[in-house]
Design a protein around this ligand. Structure first.
Ligand code: FAD
Ligand code: NAD
Length: 460
């Protein structure tokens, strides 16, 4: 295989890497993206998109299965699901999107090389492909190698012990599923299988699920899990494989939980051991690659973006970093100046957080006004049988500058854009309160939360 050279070489074709590639191509930079599997990375292949596809399928199934219990006057015969077909449908969406990424890279005149990259030095990378080895010389290097599921040493992946990747490709619904970790992935996927009929137990070491969010936000999710019949064991640690399932320990007492599958979702680790990164001896920030506000590493000409650089490990953060780095390499004066990175947990109901929470605002020394508006007082939520939850705003007490929004409720993921827009535009409570929000929509709860903060809510 002949060797190649380019101006920019990106290792990893996930959301960070492929967006960096597309933008670099648009800016006329001679760019190569190297990806060892399929373009789109974790997000498109085994993460955001497949999980949301299965969440949708499970919601549809569950709706039909439980419609007779609702007051809507609808009856339906008991639904059946062929999970293999559902997974094939999910795979078709993944294929459309990953094919789309390859097409977008091509349109931007970016070369996509499928192979495993090993760094030789800051300007040279060795690629191993089924056809042989290839050396690529480059002026700039971007490391976008992403993250992988954390494996518990006493519960290695294999056999009944699976990660999110295998859980999103199961072709049969497990009768008994035990999920270790009540965080983002465990709750999203655990809820899917409960709605499809599995007997689901969630084992969480902390004293509540989603410990990074306050209890007001997690309470509707905990209630919904209880209503669905998901068993949640908090303050409980996984200990290892038992005779029939998982051995767990709580308050010094060990129990063997029967399980056909044990899904381990206890976080993700940066892939900073991939690509022979040690050759560069970069400054690290714990397990992550240390970066500055331009995503520059400690070595000149070497950038790092996405999950490999730390929390929050979210696709849209990786994409925004990728876009910025391409522009920096093109000579634009850019730095990381984002006021917030919205986070959405696609539980039932969804949780959204954007900007500062009350505790974070206080920790930064702000005196704050906090105001909430419940969906129970929102007409649209009533018409959707989705009255659980609220929108909450956190603003500075002195000048009413909005510092953060949080929400929990069915469909609140789509409110995240309004939250981020208000915060990025430097809106005050008065600005949001003065905007006409369409009626009847859940978004009226945003305006009403701002009005509540000003002391004159209209619908409560
Ligand atoms: P990745 O997407 O991990 O991509 C890195 C790529 O680099 C991979 O394709 C890998 O094959 C490649 N690579 C690594 N080493 C090499 C090498 N040596 N040579 C060649 N290629 C290499 N985030 C959200 O924002 N919203 C969600 O709803 C969401 N849901 C998720 C659900 C699940 C089940 C999971 C697991 C994750 C989810 N995430 C979600 C997180 C999201 O997937 C990641 O934050 C995002 O993919 C990070 O992008 P990245 O480009 O940094 O890395
Ligand atoms: P997480 O950090 O969200 O949750 C892990 C949970 O496991 C925590 O609650 C932790 O207390 C618990 N835990 C850790 N060790 C344990 C043990 N030994 N026994 C029992 N519980 C234990 O991690 P995740 O769910 O694996 O997700 C990883 C990351 O992927 C997220 O932090 C997020 O960045 C990303 N993600 C995002 C989305 C989204 O945006 N909707 C969805 C999925 C994943």
């Amino acid at each position: 295989m002949s060797d190649l050279s380019c101006t920019l070489l990106i290792i990893g074709g996930g959301p960070g890497g492929y967006i960096c590639g597309i933008r670099a191509g648009q800016l006329g930079i001679d760019t190569i993206v190297v990806e060892q599997t399929s373009p789109g990375g974790t997000c498109l292949n085994v993460g955001c998109i497949p999980s949301k596809a299965l969440i949708h399928a499970a919601d549809e199934f569950h709706k039909i299965a439980t419609v007779a219990d609702s007051p809507l006057g609808i009856t339906a015969s008991a639904p059946k699901i062929d999970l293999a077909k559902t997974v094939a449908w999910k795979d078709s969406i993944v294929a459309r999107l990953t094919g789309g990424v390859a097409g977008l890279l091509k349109k931007a005149k970016v070369r996509l090389v499928i192979g495993h990259a090993q760094i030789v030095d800051g300007k040279r990378v060795r690629i191993t492909t089924p056809e042989g080895e290839q050396i690529i010389d480059t002026e700039h290097l971007v490391i976008a190698t992403g993250s992988a599921p954390v494996e518990l040493p006493f519960l290695p992946f294999g056999g009944p012990v699976i990660s999110s990747t295998e859980a999103l490709a199961l072709e049969q619904i497990p009768q008994k599923l035990v999920v270790v970790g009540g965080g983002y992935i465990g709750l999203e996927i655990g809820t899917v299988f409960r709605k499809l009929g599995s007997d689901v137990t969630i084992v969480e070491a902390a004293h509540r699920i989603l410990p990074q969010y306050d209890t007001a936000l997690t309470k509707p999710v905990a209630k919904s899990l209880a209503d669905l019949g998901v068993k949640v064991l908090t303050g409980t640690a996984a200990k290892g494989l038992g005779k029939t399932g998982l051995i767990v320990e709580s308050e010094g007492k060990k129990t063997d939980l029967p399980a056909d599958k044990i899904l381990v979702t206890v976080g993700r680790r940066p892939r900073s051991d991939s690509a022979n990164l040690t050759a560069l001896d970069l400054t690290m920030d714990g397990p992550f690659i240390a970066i500055d506000d331009r995503c520059r590493t400690s070595m000149s000409g070497v950038f790092a973006i996405g999950d490999v650089t730390g929390e929050p490990m979210l696709a849209h953060r990786a994409m925004a970093q990728g876009e910025m780095v391409a522009e920096i390499i093109a000579g634009h004066n850019r730095s990381w100046d984002k006021a917030c990175i919205p986070a959405v947990c696609f539980t039932d109901p969804e949780i959204v957080s954007c900007g500062l929470s009350l505790d974070e605002a206080k920790a930064r020394g702000f005196e704050v006004t906090v105001a909430s508006f419940p969906f129970a007082a929102n007409g649209r939520a009533m018409t959707m049988e989705s009255e659980a939850g609220f929108v909450r705003v956190v603003a500075r007490k002195d000048n009413h500058l909005i510092l953060g929004f949080q929400a929990v409720g069915v469909g609140t993921a789509e409110l995240s854009a309004s939250f981020a827009t208000a915060i990025e535009m430097g809106a005050r409570l008065e600005d949001v309160a003065a905007i006409i929000h369409a009626h009847p929509t859940q978004s009226e709860a945003i305006q009403e939360a701002a009005l509540t903060g000003l002391g004159h809510a209209l619908h409560i």
